[in-house]
Design a protein around this ligand. Structure first.
Ligand SMILES: Cc1ncc(COP(=O)(O)O)c(C=O)c1O
Length: 397
């Protein structure tokens, strides 16, 4: 399939056929395709010959972005972070976070979680769970130790029992960790949601054992789960936060590593890169923050629409009692877990044939993942959910 145009929640192929996009650039298009407000801001900026490529130079667009991000996002949440531009993609934000944690603590070891996904570069892969993706590295991926994510042991074991035992036992063989890296909802790992109390427990554990807490909000940040940062409902304050995808507003590449100010011990140029100043992305991002984050309307609508999808998925599961199916998710990051990747793949294919784009996730691709733009309308949701139901019945009935 070759796509040509895209507007709001729709992609159009070169023959003009419309597809409802419940994939949304894997979370890079929270405000939809070619959002008219963001598009106009970018057009105006290019039209007046605003700087497009700025390396790490100071520009008006960058200053506007930095000021707006502080005023609209950080200050109201009483968050104090230094803002680093680590490179254009989510993996760059993760690499910078891991490097800085090691530099600050002088330790090598990082704790990651089962089914985590943090990107495809070597450092990010070393803290990623998926064995197929890890295999692509072609070299040993070291200096990371996986621990069970929330629900991994089905609640049979108290949270962090194994992790804390290893930390406390000088005979455990666990190297003293520099940091823990975590997603609050594992997107690629199968829409696994960590409970707020689990995240609070993790944050406490990090403090007690002098480990930095890195939240990778590349996919779940920028409102995907409701609030701007996905960790807000847990009431925790990570030491480092990775943001990318929808921070660019318009689908343009932009990534941030947010750093507790006292941890910023980078030497000038110690972590650099050519594409850290894509100014149209700053412009789109600034406009997105001003348009969507000055009040809580987007957050509330995301939560309401997410609950609607959750209810529809639960009803769908109970309408086919012979097919094991579980509804998962938070906010507008939702999934239907099937017994196998084969079934989930067939469901996504059937949905595609009916004009709905969605992807699979999870270690075996067993979760059909639904992530519409946050700007999806109620009518579009109704249509998408009807197609999903149709596709599931066609495959499983
Ligand atoms: C949680 C998380 N971290 C990092 C990444 C990597 O981002 P990128 O593909 O932009 O390098 C992703 C991509 O899906 C992600 O979901």
């Amino acid at each position: 399939m070759v796509f040509d145009r895209a507007v709001g929640s729709y992609l159009y192929d070169e023959d003009g056929k419309a597809y409802l996009d419940f994939f949304a650039g894997a979370g890079a298009l929270n405000y939809g395709h070619n959002n008219p407000v963001l598009k106009q801001a970018v057009i105006d900026y290019i039209q007046r010959d605003g700087v497009t490529h700025g390396l790490d130079m100071k520009t008006v667009a960058k200053r506007d972005f930095l000021e707006t991000f502080s005023e609209v996002v950080l200050d109201p949440r009483e968050l104090d972070y230094k803002i680093m531009f680590p490179g254009p993609a989510g993996a760059n934000a993760v690499e910078a976070a891991l490097k800085l944690a090691r530099k600050v603590t002088g330790r090598e070891s990082i704790i990651n979680f089962t089914n985590a996904f943090h990107g495809m570069t070597l450092g990010a892969l070393s803290v990623t769970g998926n064995s197929m993706k890890r295999g692509g590295a072609g070299i040993p991926l070291v200096h990371a130790t996986p621990m069970p994510y929330d629900h991994y042991l089905d609640g049979q074991v108290p949270d962090f029992l194994w992790f804390e035992r290893l930390l406390d036992d000088s005979g455990s063989g666990l190297n003293e960790p520099a940091a823990v890296i975590v997603e609050t909802v594992q997107g690629e790992g199968g829409i696994n949601v960590a409970r707020d109390e689990w995240l609070r427990g993790l944050s406490d554990l990090c403090k007690r054992h002098d480990m930095l807490l890195i939240v990778d909000d590349v996919q779940m940040g920028c409102g995907r789960t409701g609030p701007f940062f996905s960790f807000e409902s847990a009431g925790i304050t990570p030491d480092i936060v990775c943001l990318s995808k929808s921070i660019g507003g318009f689908g343009l590449p932009l990534a941030l590593t947010l750093i507790r100010p006292d941890l910023d011990i980078w030497e000038p140029g110690e972590h650099n890169g050519t594409f850290r100043g894509i100014n149209p992305a700053f412009v789109a991002s600034t406009e997105a923050l001003r348009t969507y984050w000055l009040d809580d309307r987007l957050e509330k609508s995301t939560l309401a629409k997410g609950e609607r999808i959750g209810r529809a998925m639960t009803e769908l599961a109970s309408s086919l009692p012979g097919t094991p199916m579980t509804a998962k998710g938070r906010g507008l990051a939702r999934g239907l877990a099937f017994a196998s990747g084969d079934v989930a793949g067939k469901v996504c294919r059937a949905a595609f044939e009916r004009g709905l784009l969605m992807e699979t996730s999870g270690p075996d691709g067993e979760v059909a993942k639904v992530m519409p733009p946050l700007t999806v309308t109620d009518d579009e949701l109704t249509k998408g959910l009807a197609i999903l139901s149709d596709a599931v019945h066609a495959v499983c009935a």
